[in-house]
Design a protein around this ligand. Structure first.
Ligand SMILES: C[S@@+](CC[C@H](N)C(=O)[O-])C[C@H]1O[C@@H](n2cnc3c(N)ncnc32)[C@H](O)[C@@H]1O
Length: 481
């Protein structure tokens, strides 16, 4: 299919969130934050610029209450003061959004608008969309209990793709008492550069997609770090021609080494840029112009690139010969569990994994339990037996410490799983890591003690051993001569 003639997917364009399950909040007078800015004609920053108390707390000024009145610059969401952007068709990643003007670091680009729905409804819808075969995911987390779904209704932000090395990020702002999500430039972004942010752990539900961002440290799949990814039940190859992108390089394996172009410079798919004059007519959110936007000016062969040292190992998607050798098919992963954030929890992964990856492409990492008592029972030396049993006790203690720590910090973890913008606090994470390490060390000590003693100390005479609840899997092959 010609990427430039493919029609835009149907959706209703909105630039205000719509509330599906509840009414929009009305800001109470006592909740209105009033800043202390005073307009000074000689200081452009004075009317609610970067030093405004409200700006510093990511809160927009309320019209009628701001001391700077109509000069207030801190009502960007309310006034839809978006940067100029332009839709274009990517190769392999559906539609994307380009910067239609030079963006400054920290600049508000556009609001991520859609239907505000409950977290439960988001789960239900994402499953329904997946069942309908919808290829793209448009639901992001808003807060612990709500999400924004831009699938049917949304702003142009819905077209911003993911990158593992993004030039934009999402930020939450308090606007008239409601939390809203904006896309902001992480650093200066030149006109014509594709905008991208790290979906990170924000995406949940639906199919998981092979990431084609081209970044050196690309995580491989959208949501690869999420619990959803790790609990995925199976991999399947997808010959959907939207994603059959022979020309898109994909980091897949060691043989996919980065390739430099003739100048020794390398490019990322996300460094696609338009010539300035081709963007001159772009508007911030003009969906009508989309037909004409069929990237009439986009000359993929004459791509300008923004190349930094770090980019030197990125793929060159101009190199036809190299590209044709790359993947013709993009694997997609389906997930039963919503691909929410990472998971901290005792033991759940090993059991899930054994089910999840059996027969799949991943190695089956099922843990085989070793019966320490049985191993100790094989040994003639009392000291050796005691050493193994002590180690086992230390391992059991470490396991129960980990379990009770999990119960203790469960609320923080569960909160984090639903609200990806707020991380689990460092103290919780540190405590968790420390106890996990202790448990791993205790396990290691136990297994090394078994190996050492079974291999190096005298064994009971045959027939003397009294194995406890032995099964074939637990049987240890003794290294006796
Ligand atoms: C919010 S939509 C972005 C707009 C989308 N490209 C479109 O055409 O409507 C997210 C979807 O875009 C695709 N996508 C975004 N970033 C991608 C990436 N780095 N690699 C592969 N696919 C990507 C995935 O299908 C994802 O579910």
């Amino acid at each position: 299919m010609d990427p430039f003639t493919e029609e835009l997917p149907q959706y209703i364009h909105i630039n205000q969130n719509e509330f599906f399950m509840r009414r929009q909040k009305k800001q109470k007078e006592e909740d209105i934050a009033i800043c202390e800015c005073k307009y000074d004609a000689n200081d452009t920053d004075s009317a609610c610029g970067d030093s405004c108390l409200n700006v510093l707390t990511s809160t927009e000024c309320t019209p009628g209450y701001c001391p700077c009145d109509i000069l207030c610059k801190n009502q960007k969401f309310q006034k839809c003061e978006y940067a100029k952007t332009k839709l274009f068709k990517t190769e392999g990643r559906g539609w994307g959004l380009l910067a239609g003007e030079d963006l400054k670091a920290g600049q508000f680009v556009i609001e991520y608008c859609g239907e505000v729905i409950s977290w439960k409804e988001a789960k239900r819808r994402s499953q329904a969309y997946e069942n309908q075969g919808l290829k793209d995911a448009f639901i992001i987390c808003l807060n612990a209990s709500e999400s924004i779904d831009a699938t049917r209704k949304g702003s142009l932000a819905r077209f911003i793709n993911h990158s593992c090395r993004p030039n934009c990020e999402t930020r939450k702002w308090n606007v008239l008492g409601e939390i809203r999500v904006g896309i902001f430039a992480k650093h200066d972004v030149p006109i014509g550069t594709e905008l991208a942010y790290d979906y990170n752990f924000e995406w949940f539900g639906g199919a998981k997609v092979r990431c084609l961002c081209g970044a050196l440290k690309c995580s491989g799949f959208l949501g690869a770090k999420s619990r959803g990814f790790q609990e995925d039940t199976y991999l399947w190859e997808d010959d959907d021609d939207r994603y059959s992108v022979e020309k898109i390089p994909v980091y897949d394996s060691a043989e996919d080494e980065p390739v430099s172009n003739v100048n020794g410079r390398t490019e990322s798919p996300l460094d696609v840029m338009l010539k300035d004059e081709q963007l001159s007519e772009s508007t911030g959110f003009n969906v009508q112009s989309l037909d004409s936007v069929q990237m009439k000016g986009l000359d993929v062969k004459k791509i300008k690139t923004e190349v930094t040292d770090e980019d030197m190992h990125l793929y060159n998607h101009d190199t036809e010969q190299t590209l044709s050798q790359k993947n013709a098919m993009i694997s997609r992963i389906r997930s039963n569990a919503a691909g929410r954030n990472y998971h901290i929890g005792p033991r759940s992964m090993s059991t899930k994994r054994s089910r999840a990856y059996n027969g799949g492409r991943f190695k089956n990492l099922v843990e085989k339990k070793i019966d320490a008592k049985f191993a100790a029972g094989l040994l003639a030396s009392k000291e050796a037996q005691e050493e193994i049993l002590n180690c086992e006790k230390r391992k059991d203690d470490a396991t129960s410490t980990l379990d009770s720590l999990y119960d203790e910090i469960r609320p923080a973890i569960e909160e984090h799983e639903r609200d990806s913008q707020d991380s689990v606090s460092t103290t919780v994470a540190e405590k968790w890591i420390q106890v996990c390490c202790l448990k791993l060390k205790a396990e290691f000590d136990l297994y090394s003690s078994i190996v050492k003693n079974v291999a190096c100390t005298a064994q009971r005479a045959p027939g003397q051993a009294k194995p406890t609840e032995v099964d074939n899997e637990n049987e240890i092959k003794l290294l006796t001569g």
